[in-house]
Design a binder for this molecule. Structure first.
Ligand SMILES: Cc1cc2nc3c(=O)[nH]c(=O)nc-3n(C[C@H](O)[C@H](O)[C@H](O)COP(=O)(O)O)c2cc1C
Length: 380
């Protein structure tokens, strides 16, 4: 069950739009068997009437068809002597790099399954459903989100400039990559890892276009938009580093080589243009009016077909780590999850600034503000 709060009334919302994004999360070269079980669908239960939001919390239910196979192993009811057969078997062969060991210690679990299931990225289906609602809201105001894969393992893309990326082609790419010349090499990297019983990670970029200037805060450390985006992206399972704009490439640059110089205003409808967007659309914790760009690194996942050496939770003796159905590479779907997380942060910041209980009211507030954005002496 996913509950989204804070969406104004009169936003048109249908299940197909959300299903489209859920479907995007399930695609991608390198995903494992889980995705073959079902096509995710979020059934709207509350908060929408005759196609439009009501301003009340939007409740959505995403079914899990695999659940029938786990009814006994994951039963809610007390079980006197759980059998130790098949799926009921306790998991004690800890996987390094997963929630297995800290989860077992923190909660005093004797069965790693208790933390293993909740730490699964299956939960990101809920994030994508919630993020789709946020995206629908942002689209009303001309804000659009995209993502693409910059590298998988050792294979790096050389994508065109952001404005020249063909997003339809990215959607068609099995590796969600904007550089069609390297897609085959990326798939070969995934195949090589699979054959070796191993996994590969990657770097993903998320972009939001059409973002107005001034979302976020330079005053409150916890409302800085770059900080919020970083936290949201870092919270995605297996993400280990986040960069806003070209943040990672900064080290050897001088100041003059990094800042995005502001151009003289010639068009009142498009003030404050920049030739570059190195800072990724934020300055002082606020959006600067250029596209928001964030990159993140997703590590090679921890469950290996060729398991790592580990230890047993009961005995501390050496064993091979547990293996369960697993992906080889999750960079392509991670982009879709990244879009959802960035959309949630942006929608939050947008509603904080413009407020409103209905879309028409939010639009009035937004348009009133936009009319003031320009050189002070000329337009205010
Ligand atoms: C889309 C996606 C799919 C994932 N699939 C798997 C998987 O099949 N097997 C696995 O061990 N980890 C998978 N992970 C990563 C784990 O959920 C993650 O490594 C784990 O929760 C531990 O968290 P940490 O890596 O951030 O420390 C996936 C992550 C994402 C984003």
């Amino acid at each position: 069950m996913v509950i989204v709060e804070g969406v104004p009334a009169y936003l048109y919302l249908d299940e197909e739009y959300i299903a489209h994004h859920l479907g995007r999360r399930q695609r991608g070269y390198g995903r494992g068997g889980r995705q073959q079980i079902e096509r995710d669908h979020a059934h709207i239960q509350t908060g929408v009437r005759h196609g439009y939001t009501l301003g009340s919390p939007i409740g959505m239910l995403i079914e899990n068809r695999d659940w029938v196979n786990w009814q006994e192993a994951m039963a809610v009811e007390y079980v006197e002597n759980p059998s130790q057969e098949g799926r009921n078997q306790r998991v004690t062969r800890i996987r390094p790099g997963h929630a297995d060991l800290p989860g077992a210690m923190k909660y005093g679990f004797h069965d790693v399954r208790n933390s293993l299931e909740r730490a699964s990225a299956r939960e990101t289906a809920a994030r994508v459903a919630a993020g789709a609602v946020a995206m629908k809201l942002l689209e009303e105001f001309g804000i659009k989100l995209h993502s693409h894969v910059l590298s998988i393992g050792r294979v790096k893309a050389n994508p065109p400039d952001q404005g020249a990326i063909d997003w339809d082609a990215v959607e068609e790419s099995p590796v969600h990559c904007a550089d069609s010349d390297v897609a085959d090499q990326m798939m070969a990297e995934v195949d090589a890892a699979r054959e070796a019983g191993d996994t590969v990670g990657g770097v993903v970029e998320v972009i939001a276009e059409g973002v107005p200037i001034g979302l976020g805060s330079h005053v409150h450390w916890d409302r800085k938009i770059d900080a919020k985006i970083s936290q949201a992206l870092m919270s995605i399972n297996a993400v280990k580093a986040v960069s806003i704009g070209e943040g990672w490439d900064l080290l050897d640059r001088w100041g003059s080589e990094f800042q995005d110089v502001i151009e003289p205003v010639t068009d009142p409808d498009r003030p404050w243009q920049r030739k570059t967007n190195r800072a990724g659309g934020t300055e002082g914790g606020m959006t600067s009016g250029t596209p928001l760009v964030a990159r993140f690194v997703i590590k090679p996942i921890a469950t290996l077909h060729n398991p790592l050496p580990s230890v047993d939770l009961d005995t501390g003796e050496p064993v091979q780590a547990h293996f369960e159905r697993s992906d080889v590479c999750q960079a392509p779907p991670a982009g879709v999850i990244g879009e959802a997380m960035m959309a949630l942060v942006l929608a939050d910041a947008f509603m904080e600034k413009f407020g409103g209980d209905s879309i028409p009211e939010t639009k009035r507030n937004f348009e009133g503000y936009q009319a003031t954005v320009g050189p002070r002496l000329r337009y205010s």
